[in-house]
Write a protein that binds this ligand. Sequence first.
Ligand SMILES: *Cc1c(COP(=O)(O)O)cnc(C)c1O
Length: 349
Amino acid sequence: MDVAPGVNEALKDFVLPETLGFGAVNAPVMFSAEWRDQQWGRGRLLPYGPIEILPGARALQYAELVFEGLKAYCVGQTQPNLFRPEENFRRLERSAQRLSMPVVPEALFFEGVESVTKACAGFIPSRSGQSLYLRPFLFGTESGYLLRNSHTFRFMVIANPVEAYASGSPSVAIERRDVRAAVGGVGAAKTAANYAASLRGSTAAVTGGHAVALWLDAVSHRYIQELSGMNFFAIIDGELHTPELDTAILPGVTRDSLIKLARRLGYTVHERQMDVEELLAQIASGRCSEIFACGTAAIVMPISALADTDGGVFKPRETNVIASRLRDTLLAIQERRAPDAFGWIRVLS
Ligand SMILES: *Cc1c(COP(=O)(O)O)cnc(C)c1O
């Protein structure tokens, strides 16, 4: 790996602000590698800053872009650790394959993620819940309107020191009109296009005073998929239920971790098709006691209510009971305060 001029100065000059938010503060360095002539060039660590891209690049014109999100923790430790990063590597590989982009080799993925984490190790915020959020992404840089993949690509890793994502217990709006992803489309790939499809619903949800939209399947508009950037769980008769994965649902690392953790804690977990009308009836009758969402950023986000387009509000009788138990258990593993029984932690030396 090459280290560009200015990296050491950027690191030396960086001061961790008091207020971090989520994505408001940029780490002072970033990683970049380029694909051309059918091969990857050497990775480079660079000072964080603007990049040059052709206006006609396919990433901009056709959303030829896939990304990842993972966290490095350094809470009460001298060396930072990542959480299940090989899952993010494999998912980036699957996302790239779905868009027929060249895959980022495992060694290059880890060179990017680990070089940025190690460079930033001195200022990974260290209070519980805080972390360094890492955003690896791969995009097509060739300009042109011909409908095929680029011949040139760039893989980058940027990072942000972040707070615990404080969402409270918001309400979520059921999106009945727009569709985020269809079976056979790109819903299971972590790609910009899915977010484009969800922007109108997400913005309408926020405007209506809710945190985010809940998406239904593209064919019958009945089966719950997920939130715009988080997977969905409900507690029904004391058991966990989550939509089963199809090619329209993003397979979250947090979703998978919670399923494994909940089973170990003794809960029964069902992955199945979840009919939204049935769930609303179960909330109304009290059989569904609690709902929550999950993802790397928030880990677990309790949901206080589901708001329907006709003005109906469905409020489970509890909020953040099982959700907080699962969140605390998972965060303790992520921050190495609890034993790593599943082999999920990768310490960077
Ligand atoms: C990233 C993402 C998630 C959550 O995945 P994690 O691996 O748990 O962070 C859920 N849904 C969508 C659409 C996503 O992009």
